[in-house]
Design a protein around this ligand. Structure first.
Ligand code: ATP
Ligand code: MG
Length: 443
């Protein structure tokens, strides 16, 4: 059932030949039993880091103070970690101390969930002290040992529980879930970087609707309180059938499993609560929420320490998620130019996911509009129309050659030329542009 790759077998056997114990452990064993292909193979051993380094030719000190050495075989690296018992997690972040142990079972005990606490090698077979296999069959995420204790040692494990539920389509064991509800506040002590990793994995998983579990257990209240507001904001309008939070969850589920797109849907309506007004007919409006939302999204993503590229793209999608140009070529050309060609065609997925998470009201018309818009976009792309200043048949140097003074005038003129060409794509030739310039330059 578990087939170790040749290189993993080699590492384990080499350690054994030198008198040590060694096993594949954690995620790779879990994934094999699930019939999934493991992302990477971690090895756990009784050998101390210095001993591992003596046995193999090429090693890298990846985290030697935590007992981890990377063994290099050809171009591939394998993390080999000494059996260890973690000390108290003082601040819920870093283990205060790492103590090595001679016992595999002690090492398995410190791991987060039963499904992650199995080890395997060919000599011994599966070591499954905490019935991880049973929990895989029952589709359960369950702490090893006392859930409350485990979460007080490392509060990130609460996010991990929900993340694994989302990746595997598992339930969280009742006891473990209750412990999360009790201990959620402890997540405050965990660094934004670690939280971000788990949030992203949850979002791009097969079950991003587990966001709801983050909310129900009180975890979003700590790491994304803005989401709690969404869950508390009703939308009394024929366009919607859910509150803003539920609409958001549905929208996340409707879009492709890709980080930027999933984050964009998570945050697309983030400013609806503060933008909500109710008219005299009792109908809700959310004027200005995309622009406000882009600012808030940026604030949130910075707080969660996302990289600049992610922040730039997600805020762009948030800002324009509700942008609806007329379905004609000039309007669409202007819109692509304003939003940025690089956000197309993915932005159509944002438009669709948003609409598919709304009520059935005018659904057909809404989808037809997006389809038309996309067709026009494709036509514009096929025709290779000029959409940005760098596509113009004249550049700044050309303008100076034509006698325009260096300085702001150059930029202003280029902008005017672009506006002209967006309306008249055939006119993007040197001659036509010079003609056009003569109509306004003498002014
Ligand atoms: P994946 O790599 O697919 O996200 P994984 O199970 O390999 O899943 P890692 O974060 O790579 O997860 O961790 C490897 C193993 O280390 C886990 O299977 C688990 O046994 C243990 N582990 C990781 N993080 C923790 C933690 N915070 N507390 C306790 N054990 C942990
Ligand atoms: Mg892993």
């Amino acid at each position: 059932m578990i087939v170790l790759p040749e290189k993993v077998k080699y590492i384990i056997e080499t350690l054994e030949e030198n008198g040590y114990e060694a096993y594949a452990v954690g995620g790779c064993v879990r994934d094999c039993i699930l019939g999934r292909t493991p992302m990477d193979w971690d090895i756990t051993t009784s050998a101390l880091p210095e001993q591992v380094k003596k046995v193999f030719h090429r090693t890298i000190d990846t985290g030697i103070e935590h007992g981890t050495v990377t063994v290099m075989l050809q171009k591939e690296g394998f993390e080999v970690t000494t059996y260890r018992v973690d000390g108290d997690y003082e601040d819920g972040r870093h283990p205060k101390e790492v103590t090595f142990t001679a016992s595999l079972i002690e090492d398995l005990k410190r791991r987060d969930f039963t499904i992650n606490a199995m080890a395997y090698n060919e000599r011994v077979g599966l070591v499954d002290e905490f019935d991880g296999r049973g929990d895989i069959e029952r589709k359960l995420i369950k702490c090893v040992g006392n859930a409350k204790e485990r979460f007080s040692e490392d509060a990130l494990r609460m996010m991990r529980a929900v993340r694994f539920a989302a990746q595997l389509g598992f339930e969280i064991d009742e006891d473990t879930k209750n412990a999360i509800k009790n201990m959620a506040d402890g997540l405050r002590r965990v660094s934004a970087e670690r939280i971000q990793v788990e949030l992203t994995k949850l979002l791009v998983s097969d079950h991003p609707e587990e966001l709801r579990t983050l909310y129900e257990t009180g975890l979003t209240k700590v790491m994304l309180p803005e989401f709690d507001l969404l869950m508390e904001t009703e939308q009394n309008t024929p366009h919607h059938c859910y509150n803003v939070g539920e609409h958001t969850i549905h929208a996340v589920c409707k879009i492709r499993a890709e980080k930027i797109l999933r984050l964009s849907m998570l945050l697309h309506d983030i400013s609806k609560p503060e933008c909500r007004t109710t008219d005299c007919d009792g109908r809700d409006h959310f004027k200005g929420h995309p622009a406000k939302g882009a600012k808030k999204a940026e604030e949130i993503l910075r707080r969660l320490k996302y990289d600049n590229d992610t922040i730039k793209k997600v805020t762009r999608y948030v800002k324009y998620h509700d942008d609806k140009p007329n379905a004609d070529k000039i309007s669409v050309r202007r819109t692509i130019s304003r939003i940025g060609e690089e956000y197309y065609p993915d932005i159509f997925e944002v438009f669709l996911a948003d609409r598919l998470a709304q009520s059935e009201y005018k659904r057909k018309e809404k989808l037809k509009y997006v389809e038309e818009y996309k067709k026009i976009y494709e036509e514009i792309m096929r025709e290779n129309d000029c959409l940005k200043i760098s596509d113009l048949a004249l550049n700044g140097n050309d303008l100076m050659g034509l006698g325009i003074q260096k300085g702001p005038k150059i930029g202003e003129t280029l902008k005017k030329l672009l506006d002209y060409v967006l309306e008249n794509p055939k006119k993007n030739t040197r001659e036509e542009l010079v003609d056009y310039m003569n109509t306004f330059l003498g002014e």
